[in-house]
Design a protein around this ligand. Structure first.
Ligand code: THU
Length: 132
């Protein structure tokens, strides 16, 4: 991924983080995905019934897919601590569906990041081709 795209994704994810609804954990997350040349964003949305909450990555990916996208090229996720934020297991599987070759920028609260490929994040992932 080029530097300009990385910067745009991180900025979009950071803006989305400002809209996080995280009254229970207090851990605010923003995500951005690039699909078909467009950036879609999402934040974590928690619920008083804790398991109903959704992560920022799935919010962003669902927005892209519901807009017609079927392939996500790259993504950024930004948390709110000094540690980089990496997608949870459920989000890894969800993102894998739409981009086995995706690059994910895993950011700390200030935008410092590590780039990881989906194959690193979810080795031996299960996808539609696994059933052929
Ligand atoms: N969370 C995300 O939105 N994305 C991640 O990659 C890690 C965790 C959310 C879920 C929950 O709202 C809060 O962060 C604490 O786990």
């Amino acid at each position: 991924m080029d530097k300009n795209t990385a910067e745009k994704l991180i900025k979009a994810a950071s803006e989305a983080r400002s809209r996080a609804y995280a009254p229970y954990s207090g851990y605010r997350v923003g995500a951005a995905v690039l699909a078909g040349g467009k950036i879609y964003t999402g934040c974590n949305v928690e619920s008083a019934s804790y398991p109903c909450g959704v992560c920022a990555e799935r919010t962003a990916a669902a927005k892209a897919v519901s807009d017609g996208a079927r392939s996500i090229e790259s993504a950024a996720v930004i948390g709110s601590s000094a540690e980089i934020c990496t997608p949870c297991g459920m989000c890894r599987q969800f993102l894998y569906e739409f981009g086995e070759d995706m690059t994910v920028l895993c950011c700390d609260k200030d935008g410092g990041y590590e780039a990881h490929t989906m194959k690193e994040l979810l080795p031996f992932g299960f996808g539609s081709s696994s059933m052929k």
